[in-house]
Design a protein around this ligand. Structure first.
Ligand SMILES: [Fe+2]
Ligand SMILES: [Fe+2]
Length: 172
């Protein structure tokens, strides 16, 4: 049985977030940020994934439910950053997935609806590790220091989320 004080666990680093800015418009970077915003593995998915889990776990695991709600709020901050970056980089932000020049709306099938505690925690851990990997690569490759700084700061939160899900899985 999970037992912890969900409000005592930090869900975001204390380090300040850099100003949301881009040096100049860049369509390739705008597309990159758009994928972070609303692709299958994206902040849009993370927000809704953790919200859904907080709802279904409210009765059975109230502490985990509260923690997931708080993590979801951090993902919303990331979502807001990427949405602004898409616009600043010269593209209109849309809740859509684009792959090979084809666009499809973000949709509810991108959420994992499992109710199994182990499965959902493993899925969350895997998604957070994926976010760390992708954002780290982007922060290193993007030749815009403003965009890179936002990515590097968000990576720190995602690394913390990896640690949170690892610790919870270890405690089960
Ligand atoms: Fe995030
Ligand atoms: Fe995260």
């Amino acid at each position: 049985m999970l037992s912890f004080n969900p409000d005592s666990i930090a869900v975001a680093l204390k380090d300040p977030y850099p100003p949301i800015a881009a040096t100049r418009p860049n369509s390739a970077y705008a597309q990159m940020m758009s994928n972070n915003l609303a692709a299958i593995n994206s902040e849009m998915t993370a927000i809704n994934q953790y919200l859904y889990q907080s709802w279904i776990l409210k009765e059975s695991c109230p502490q985990l439910s509260t923690l997931l709600l708080r993590i979801s709020q951090v993902e919303m901050r990331h979502f807001n950053t990427f949405g602004q970056l898409v616009f600043l980089l010269g593209k209109l932000p849309k809740y859509q997935v684009s792959q090979n020049c084809q666009c499809a709306p973000w949709n509810a099938n991108m959420i994992n609806y499992t109710q199994d505690l182990h499965s959902l925690l493993h899925a969350n851990l895997s998604a957070e590790k994926h976010a760390v990997e992708i954002y780290t690569k982007q922060a290193q490759s993007v030749q815009d220091p403003c965009v890179s700084a936002s990515l590097a700061r968000i990576v720190k939160d995602e690394q913390l989320h990896v640690k949170i899900f690892e610790d919870i899985l270890c405690s089960l």
